[in-house]
Design a protein around this ligand. Structure first.
Ligand code: NAD
Length: 557
């Protein structure tokens, strides 16, 4: 923690290097990752402890943050720290193989699992919103989602446009922590994008970090630029300042139909995440503070108009999909009965990957040295020479992705692949090819750890979309397998009442003990994705289970 900018909000940056102050590398890693989540290069609003995704926080308040850091520094190698919605509540004697930290964020008994209850408890200082990787201390900046976003847009290109997005225009909105990955991902998939964003500072941030190429001067100019690039077959990203609830319906009015349309504003949170249409002299923050009910009503009305326009563009030929922010549900609540006429991105483009346990695998160099990530990039290229998507992603990422905070990387790997990568990293720490231990985790856009009926588990083959036993089993499996820290969250991505999900983090510190933990965690965690989809009856998951040796008694496998 460095020079405080005010009494309550310090400027936080994780320590770097191979020296630790905590009593073990897992505790040191948890501390550095919590701090890294709040690094101004990483977090969207670090002063308020907000990492990304509306109000997704890393700790409940600054006092809790400091207590967590102190506790991690004194935590023994046979103790476990409990975090209840961002506050450290107990240190318990456990054993060496147990996780050092267990985290539960934003969980409410189902009958009360709504924003009204949460907001009341949040105001009373009893809870915080953990989003997905914010409160589980494994956020790595916008890069974290680029690969997943790229997978989605690349699949859309494959499915609808003969291989890639070359010669197509995508219209979307939201240049926040996650949404900011969209322009780069569309470009990587070969296409042109127009991304609408209401906050000019978000546009500037994406320009500065090279996620966005240029900014248009109004809607007509954006379309003109996009059409020019489209006809030239050039991949390029265009930012557009404005409110999506005004500009997407405007596309309908002027008769412009893009090839794809989606959205990644923080619609999951109608009070804090989605900005209603405002008069030029109106301020969103003031309206929210002074007349919250009016704010909420206008946000809902804006989302309804936004979705009606997306539905109309779909009718006119655009490929429309929901990008995991629950915009359709908000519009449905506001009276748009056919809001779900366009699909979510998981059933549309991602489910096959989930059936193979394929999903996000991220790692962070605790040395702080970008050279460590370069070394791991090269090692993975050698380890998986036949995986073309991985080869092209890693080659591109190594060259183009700006690091935020501790150097990190993400790629998608499947069942019986992630453990191989993790064990290789552990060897590289042991023999000095890497300068310090590596943290390995994933986000919660994942095959087997999430129950989210409008996102990860939308339209499951057996209708089991809302069954969250699987997420709880995943949480338990991570603990039983010796994760470094595990988390269980409610409401990430799509908002309170709509999801439950678990997060896993492991640490490669070069020891034989770490190798044992890694080989269990990183087989069983993606394995849960295969199990979940095999149980739901997907042939690809059943084949994967048979081929890769899972033991599934109810399926005779
Ligand atoms: P964020 O809160 O950091 O950013 C949201 C952005 O939307 C902000 O920059 C805000 O100014 C802008 N915005 C809000 N209302 C707007 C409007 N009416 N018009 C134009 N811009 C508007 O959130 P984030 O981390 O970028 O996440 C965005 C959403 O995507 C969240 O709902 C999140 O849960 C969801 N999400 C989906 C995935 C996925 O894989 N599908 C992954 C992560 C996040």
């Amino acid at each position: 923690t460095q020079s405080p900018t005010s009494e309550t909000a310090p400027v936080v940056r994780a320590p770097r290097g191979a020296q630790r102050t905590a009593r073990g590398w897992i505790q040191e890693a948890a501390k550095r990752m919590l701090m890294n989540n709040l690094d101004p290069e990483v977090a969207e609003h670090p002063g308020e402890l907000v990492v990304y995704g509306g109000r997704g926080k890393a700790a409940r308040n600054w006092e809790a943050f400091h207590r967590i850091v102190e506790t991690l520094d004194r935590l023994e190698n046979d103790e476990t720290l409990l975090i209840q919605s961002g506050k450290p509540v107990a240190v318990l004697k456990t054993h060496e193989w147990a996780p050092r930290v267990l985290i539960a964020n934003s969980n409410l008994v189902p009958h009360w699992a709504n924003w009204e209850t949460f907001d009341r408890l949040d105001r009373a200082g009893l809870m915080m919103y953990g989003q997905m990787t914010a409160g589980s201390w494994i956020y790595i900046g916008t890069q974290g989602i680029v690969q997943g976003t790229y997978e989605t847009f690349a699949s859309a290109g494959k499915k609808h446009f003969g291989g890639s997005l070359k010669g197509t225009v995508t219209v979307t909105a939201g240049l926040g922590g996650m949404g900011g990955a969209q322009p780069l991902a569309v470009k990587l998939a070969g296409g042109v994008s127009i991304t609408i964003e209401v906050d000019p500072t978000r546009i500037q941030k994406r320009l500065d970090t090279r996620y966005l190429d240029e900014v248009a001067d109004g809607l007509e100019d954006a379309i003109a630029r996009a059409e020019r690039y489209k006809s030239e077959g050039v991949a390029r990203s265009i930012g557009l300042l404005g409110n999506a609830a005004e500009l997407v319906p405007r596309l309908v009015e002027i008769g412009y139909t893009p090839d794809l349309v989606t959205d990644q504003t923080s619609a999951h949170d109608p009070m804090w995440g989605y900005i209603p249409i405002l008069a030029p002299d109106e301020d969103a923050g003031k309206l929210r503070a002074e007349r919250p009910e009016v704010y909420r009503e206008r946000a809902y009305a804006a989302m309804a108009g936004h979705v009606r326009a997306i539905l109309e563009l779909q009718k006119r030929g655009a490929v429309a999909f929901d990008y995991g922010n629950n915009l359709r549900q908000r519009a449905f609540e506001a009276g748009v009965e056919n809001a779900f006429d366009y699909p979510g991105f998981v059933p549309a483009f991602i489910r096959d990957s989930f059936c193979e346990g394929r999903g996000p695998f991220r790692w962070v160099a605790l040395s702080g040295d970008p050279g460590d990530i370069r070394a791991t990039d090269r090692a993975l290229l050698d380890l998986f020479p036949g995986d073309e998507r991985l080869q092209s992603w890693l080659t591109y990422a190594a060259d183009q992705i700006a690091f935020q905070g501790l150097p990190a990387r993400i790629c998608w790997l499947g069942y019986k692949e992630r453990d191989r990568a993790a064990l290789l990293f552990n060897e590289m720490v042991a023999d000095g090819r890497l300068k310090a231990p590596v943290v390995i985790g994933r986000d919660h856009l994942d095959a087997g750890s999430v129950a989210s009926p409008y996102r990860e588990t939308e339209a499951m083959k057996d209708g089991s979309d809302a069954v969250s036993d699987w997420a709880l089993l995943n949480f338990g499996v991570g603990i039983a397998s010796g994760a470094a820290w595990m988390s269980f969250h409610h409401g990430g991505g799509v908002g309170l009442g709509f999801s439950q999900h678990a997060g896993l983090v492991a640490v490669a510190d070069g020891t034989p003990e770490a190798a044992q933990r890694l080989s269990r965690c990183l087989v069983n965690d993606p394995g849960m994705g295969v199990v979940r989809h095999a149980d739901a009856g997907y042939d690809l998951a059943l084949d994967t289970a048979r081929e890769r040796g899972l033991d599934l008694p109810s399926l005779g496998i």
